[in-house]
Design a protein around this ligand. Structure first.
Ligand SMILES: CCCCCCCCCC/C=C/CC(=O)SCCNC(=O)CCNC(=O)[C@H](O)C(C)(C)COP(=O)(O)OP(=O)(O)OC[C@H]1O[C@@H](n2cnc3c(N)ncnc32)[C@H](O)[C@@H]1OP(=O)(O)O
Length: 304
């Protein structure tokens, strides 16, 4: 099932950029259920998320639910990408709010277990899925709003930065940022580009080199998030924010979005295979595997 989903994801890459002009078409193993889009409401692709589309507003809410921490594994990434693609294909959908169904965590980022002790082939497949998720969100014709209701390190921060607008719960216990260097790994160029496009070059330079994780208040100050609200108001504020974007004619907004993002997207599209082989050779190095092992041990020790 998961393999079939991944194949479907691969097949749809070439059609992606068409979606800008409004011509869009659009785990954990044993939990998977068949992926059928049921009418316009309340469909889900698997038990790792729910996707509810309100046909009266055109707003879908995608709630990520992959315990314990919504870490982005190969299967989960594939499911997220396919769910977005289904919404893209649905003419009744104009926007999506991405949030977490788990308490205190939006997403812990890429699943470190996908990068530790895996074969080069598997690492390559994983990285393609990371690229695919980023490409789908960054180039989406839909208005995308991240309702960040918990911590969001690394890949979790990246997912939120692919959205058009970010609202975070105002809770000082949560943090957000690209902390890759703290793990001894390097954010690839398109993570870096997304960060630069969000917060500007100088702030990105400091944030990336130091692998900084920001409190919601600090994230607001640097422009990593656009708004802070009490947690209970997060999804309602996100749907209200959507109204401002819906007030703009879709074609004008979509073409503008494309103009802003296309150079960054094209940069990855033209270097996709090289980026995969760079990732595989970097992540499978003994020294990097040792760093990841240590990081995983520390994560586990923290709990003990
Ligand atoms: C030359 C250049 C070429 C290019 C090279 C490219 C290089 C690669 C770049 C890849 C970039 C990576 C981006 C990433 O996303 S890496 C992941 C980064 N994520 C983190 O650092 C987050 C780590 N987790 C936490 O900080 C905390 O878990 C939390 C999210 C704040 C939640 O805290 P908590 O106290 O509520 O939960 P905790 O007890 O810590 O965790 C519960 C269990 O979940 C496991 N876990 C946590 N995070 C991850 C993860 N990201 N992947 C896998 N597993 C994770 C944790 O170990 C616990 O497991 P267990 O119950 O102990 O077994």
């Amino acid at each position: 099932m998961a393999t079939a989903l991944r194949r479907l994801a691969k097949c749809s890459v070439s059609a992606r950029l068409l979606s800008f002009a409004g011509h869009s078409r659009g785990r954990r193993g044993h939990f998977a259920r068949p992926c059928t889009v049921v009418a316009q409401r309340n469909f889900s692709s698997a038990s790792t998320m729910t996707v509810d589309l309100d046909s009266s507003t055109g707003i879908a809410v995608m709630k990520l639910h992959s315990p314990p921490v919504n870490s982005l594994s190969l299967d989960f990434l594939t499911e997220i990408a396919i769910s977005l693609e289904k919404l893209e294909m649905n003419k009744g959908c104009r926007g999506v709010v991405v949030t977490s169904a788990l308490p205190k965590i939006f997403s812990a980022g890429l699943d470190i277990l996908e990068m530790y002790g895996k074969s080069p082939e598997r690492c390559g497949e994983f990285w393609r899925a990371v690229q695919e998720m980023w490409l789908k969100f960054y180039s989406s014709r839909l208005v995308t709003v991240a309702a960040i209701n918990g911590s969001s390190p690394a890949g979790g921060c990246l997912l939120s930065m692919t959205c058009d607008y970010r609202i975070m719960a105002d809770n000082p216990r949560y943090s957000i940022g690209l902390n890759e260097t703290q793990l001894g790994i390097v954010a690839p160029f398109w993570f870096k580009d997304t960060m630069v496009n969000t917060v500007g070059h100088r702030t990105a330079e400091i944030a990336l080199q130091l692998g900084l994780l920001y409190s919601p208040q600090d994230a607001l100050k640097i422009g990593m998030v656009d708004e802070l609200v009490p947690e209970e108001k997060l999804v309602s504020t996100a749907t209200e924010a959507m109204a401002r974007w819906f007030a703009i004619p879709d074609h004008a907004r979509q073409i503008t979005k494309s103009a802003m993002r296309k150079p960054t997207i094209d940069k990855l599209l033209s270097a996709r295979e090289t980026d995969i082989s760079n990732f595989v050779s970097f992540i499978t190095k003994d020294s990097i595997q040792k760093s990841l092992k240590l990081y995983l041990e520390n994560l586990r020790k923290k709990k003990a």
